[in-house]
Ligand binder design. Structure first.
Ligand SMILES: [Zn+2]
Length: 248
């Protein structure tokens, strides 16, 4: 079921920030429900108006989401970002996001989750959006619309502060759409294969034991000994002398 409000080709993509929760590593259903509930409270007169849009995550239920897509942090992928469909068959259904019915009929809108009044998207997060939009851009060109997709800011269509500082990033986003090779090289450079250097076994050299130098010992001069027999002979002479002296 489509709402039959589209005017083709859908060749405008409008950037918004939600000013709501950042949603970090949050499952799609939680995000889709938040946008439905918020849209119901903000725009659809608390449910008085039937939104006519199928909830993309709850078969048979409707959603009150006001934009086709959201962008939120997903730390599990290379972009640190993911896009979530907020209504079923987003390119075939009109959402009230831009504040201008004619633009709404020919556009899709993305709500970047969070408040970007004082911050920017990371370049790799921007590349997540660019990679997604490039497919649509090429499809339009191939279908005979040489201008492809036009990326607009909400504040270029309606007097609003939306999308905050993301306004400063539109030109980069368009450059990313048009020059994927350049930006992939900048953001996701191919890592060279890890080269493990061969293990060099050093040649075995026989160990030469270090022999300490022998201490130089001075030659021992043996004490001059009086031969024993001479020694006794001297003692005998001394004794004889004393005897003679004593005899005087
Ligand atoms: Zn907006």
């Amino acid at each position: 079921m489509n709402d039959d409000n589209r005017v083709y080709p859908v060749d405008v993509f409008v950037l918004h920030h939600s000013t709501g929760p950042d949603f970090v590593d949050t499952d799609d259903l939680t995000i889709q429900d938040w946008y439905s509930n918020t849209g119901k409270a903000r725009a659809y007169q608390n449910g008085a108006i039937n939104p006519q849009h199928e909830h993309p995550g709850r078969p048979g239920q409707l959603t009150y989401a006001q934009a086709q897509f959201s962008g939120s942090v997903d730390s599990s992928n290379k972009y640190n970002y993911k896009l979530t469909d907020l209504i079923a068959r987003p390119w075939n259904n009109v959402a009230w996001h831009a504040g201008n019915w004619g633009i709404n009929q020919k556009s899709c809108g993305i709500e970047c989750c969070g408040n970007y009044s004082d911050k920017l998207l990371e370049d790799r997060q921007l590349m997540c959006i660019a990679d997604f939009l490039r497919e649509q851009d090429i499809a339009l060109i191939n279908a005979g619309y040489p201008n492809g997709l036009q990326v607009m800011l909400h504040n270029e269509i309606y007097a609003t502060a939306c999308p905050g500082r993301i306004s400063e990033q539109r030109d980069t986003l368009v450059d990313m759409i048009n020059n994927p090779t350049k930006w992939n090289g900048i953001l996701f450079p191919a890592t060279p294969p890890v080269v493990t250097p061969p293990v060099v076994v050093p040649p075995v050299t026989p160990e030469v034991p270090i022999v300490p130098e022998a201490p130089v010992t001075p030659p021992v001069t043996p004490p001059i000994k009086i031969p024993v027999k001479h020694h006794w002979f001297i003692l005998f002479l001394q004794w004889l002398l004393k005897l003679l002296e004593g005899g005087k």
